[in-house]
Design a protein around this ligand. Sequence first.
Ligand SMILES: Nc1ncnc2c1ncn2[C@@H]1O[C@H](COP(=O)(O)OP(=O)(O)OP(=O)(O)O)[C@@H](O)[C@H]1O
Ligand SMILES: [Mg+2]
Length: 353
Amino acid sequence: MDGTRSAAPISLERVRKQYPDGTVAVESLTLDIAAGETTVLIGPSGCGKSTVLRMINRLVEPSGGLIRLDGADVSAVDAAKLRRSIGYVIQHVGLFPHQTVRTNVGTVPRLLGWSKTRVRERTEELLTLVGLDPDRFGSRYPHELSGGQRQRVGVARALAADPVVLLMDEPFSAVDPIVRGRLQDEFRRLQGTVRKTVVLVTHDIDEAVRLGDRIAVLSEHGHLQQFDPPARLLAAPANDFVREFVGGERGIKLLAVTPIPRDRLRPAAAGGSVAGVVVDASATLQDALAVMLREGTAVVAVRDGDEVVGTLTAEDVVAAVAAPADAAPAEPVHDGPVHEGPVHKEPAHKGEG
Ligand SMILES: Nc1ncnc2c1ncn2[C@@H]1O[C@H](COP(=O)(O)OP(=O)(O)OP(=O)(O)O)[C@@H](O)[C@H]1O
Ligand SMILES: [Mg+2]
């Protein structure tokens, strides 16, 4: 592991923000954000999400309460210094238009006085990490990039000085749904590598479920309605506000974050080899159901490595997510298949419907 300062917890204690015109953006928010996790803030427009982010890096000063970063009161830290230890990504990226991609990415390291060589090395490393070939993109200007590429440069710039925290305010909302999906996949891959403390703001419940280790649902004035992992939020919304917010399709969303229940599989056929459709044990219930629908079958074999460990039926899938709300949901998963799904089928024909 590379050192101790790669991620830090954040705690908000009865944090309040009243803007000078009297608007109470956040009334009294208490929230513990774990180090190395992605915490998503979601809620209706104007409920105070951006204000919360901006109080963490002190672009906005709280009117009350306490914010600690790694245990230390942020109001006691020099604001400029604080901001250099916190990456910040916003919707329209905010790249410097007259600087090249490389110069943009190297901004904070230069401010920190890194040597030219070190800045250069770090810049190349970061661009590669976010999937942009430095030789191809490094010398371009922001207007010579697509929206998705600009967004990735924004993420690279935010990560450049290895910040302990990454704040992301609707980072993927300005791009079309296909690019957004790709950026979300990339974000998950990246976060799997860097494991920063990420606080991500979104309007989009699907994005929240895909990216969040925990989701904080806020209502007006920054009132916290529920703070839970995605599976818990979907399986057991705390109240009508949350239920409405996650929407009528929460059963389907829940499938996507629920792993195949290993302990509830039906026994595999004797001999352990099953002809027909096979799903990897690491798949989610959504993957399993998708395969059933595609293949026109109501039963799949579940495989772990080379071994068939049981079978799963469509009925089992329904039963697994239709459990009573007070039952604890299965352990949430976040990294279902991203690129290559763990879903295989034995017959070699194409079954796309
Ligand atoms: N500088 C400001 N002065 C006065 N009121 C402000 C200021 N900035 C934000 N507000 C108000 O504070 C409330 C919260 O704003 P904030 O930008 O935090 O909401 P948000 O949840 O990020 O909304 P959105 O989803 O639309 O981005 C809103 O009512 C907004 O109008
Ligand atoms: Mg906002």
